[in-house]
Write a protein that binds this ligand. Structure first.
Ligand code: 5GP
Ligand code: ZN
Length: 117
């Protein structure tokens, strides 16, 4: 099962099987740099639990989404980009361009990102 948590690259990072420099972490969420950054600051924020996409958020504990978004804001503050601003992107499924099936929020910052949306 190639999409399971045993093979998941992000689960391996979260477990410590693959080293990563965590920008911020707590018992529920982690943030670490994207290996192929698209901006001067490009962090990936995700739950430790192997949740595939936003489609699965409704099945989580009460407050999960609020805690996740609050953690994203904490990551931006810890990276020092909360005042100048940042962009968050969540790719979901094939048409969304999701390559790793472990829910993650891209946090992009460090330059004016332009009018993609
Ligand atoms: P997606 O397209 O699924 O939203 O984004 C996956 C992201 O994970 C990509 O931006 C890619 O650069 C990043 N990525 C893939 N493999 C690794 C890895 O082993 N380590 C880190 N830090 N990032 C990765
Ligand atoms: Zn995973």
């Amino acid at each position: 099962m190639a999409s399971g948590m045993n093979e998941c690259i992000f689960c391996k990072i979260i477990r410590g099987d693959i080293p990563a420099a965590f920008a911020l972490q707590n018992p529920e969420f982690v943030a670490f740099p994207d290996i192929n950054p698209k901006a001067p600051v490009h962090l990936l924020v995700m739950p430790r639990a192997h949740i595939r996409s936003l489609n699965d958020v409704a099945a989580q504990d009460d407050g999960f989404g609020q805690r996740l978004l609050a953690f994203v804001a904490s990551v931006a503050a810890a990276a020092g980009v909360d005042k100048d601003g940042y962009r968050v992107i969540v790719n979901n499924g094939p048409d969304g361009g999701q390559e790793v099936d472990h829910l993650h929020i891209h946090v992009l910052a460090g330059r004016m990102l332009g009018d993609l949306i």
